[in-house]
Write a protein that binds this ligand. Structure first.
Ligand SMILES: N[C@@H](CCC[C@H](N)C(=O)O)C(=O)O
Length: 278
């Protein structure tokens, strides 16, 4: 299988051009290629596919083989791949995802390669029914206590097509992400599990995020997570609607627009290409 390794803010995936390649069991392939010792090494697998309703289609699989509806860092890399490899020739493109059809704006460097992408991530979905979470279906979850082991956290939850649980902490760099992340990911409140973002407020316009991803563990960045964080910051009155998010692997510029959509701007980088026997 021919592949391209790409990363966005350090969130790295193995990308396969399914305009040319067929991947028969993507869940198994994701587990194999993601392994950092016996595989290529990545947070998961992303398939770049033809679409009947958009310029390109993305399917994404976590390193445990589970499929997610959406990947924010991944969709920027899909856009870069599609443009740099001539699948699309426009600077504004559409992409079909499990979270709907998204619009992306591509910014190129002096060599006409995409270096940055702005994505309209759509609106945060805020009811328990939409996230999904157990409880009153129409209720929002903003600053609600959650008991985990002997600790209590206040959670704010949103779906960006995939589920997110945001927790504000005083010092994110010393926080025990690997202890609490998996317990919240698999908490009974979340029937489809959840991604978990731990966030420190730096100022009204800057935050610092660490991410525990559903199906992948701690990653260096999460674009859908950063979008959920933007909504959570505003809903809790902690920041303005436009913030710079410092993730472990890089920065994302975020905005909750007046039209209700979240906008994410960030890097997309091709690391290397190769071929692997499956
Ligand atoms: N890193 C991604 C999200 C990947 C999917 C996630 N782990 C899930 O299962 O929903 C991003 O940048 O959004």
């Amino acid at each position: 299988m021919k592949f391209t390794k790409m990363q966005g803010a350090g969130n790295d995936y193995v990308y396969v051009n399914c305009f040319e390649e067929a991947v028969h069991d993507p869940a198994a392939v994701a587990i194999k290629v993601s392994n950092r010792n016996f595989g290529i090494g990545s947070d998961g697998l992303i398939l770049i596919m033809p679409s009947e309703v958009a310029d390109v289609r993305m399917r994404m699989f976590n390193s445990d083989g589970s499929e997610s509806e959406m990947c924010g860092n991944g969709i920027r890399c899909v856009a870069k791949y599609a443009y740099d490899h001539g699948i699309v020739t426009k600077n504004e493109i559409t992409a079909e995802t499990g979270a709907g059809i998204l619009t992306l704006q591509l910014f190129t460097d002096a060599g006409c390669k995409v270096e940055k992408v702005r994505v309209n991530m759509g609106p945060p979905r805020l009811t328990r029914k939409e996230i999904p979470m157990l409880g009153e279906p129409e209720e929002r979850v903003v600053n609600v206590p959650l008991n985990v082991l002997h600790s209590s956290f206040n959670i704010t939850c949103a779906s960006m097509g995939n589920p997110h649980c945001v927790i504000f902490v005083d010092d994110v760099d010393t926080f025990q992400v690997e202890k609490y992340g998996p317990l919240i990911e698999n908490h009974e409140l979340f029937p489809r599990r959840t991604n978990v973002e731990f966030v420190q407020i730096v100022s009204r316009t800057e935050v610092r995020q660490r991410t525990w991803e559903r199906g992948a563990g701690e990653t260096l960045a999460c674009g859908t997570g950063s979008s959920a964080v933007t909504a959570a910051c505003v809903l809790n009155g902690l920041t303005e609607k436009r913030i710079l998010n410092h993730l472990t692997g890089g920065d994302l510029e975020m905005e909750w627009g007046e039209d209700g959509n979240i906008y994410m701007t960030g890097p997309a980088v091709e690391v290397f290409t190769g071929e692997i026997d499956l």
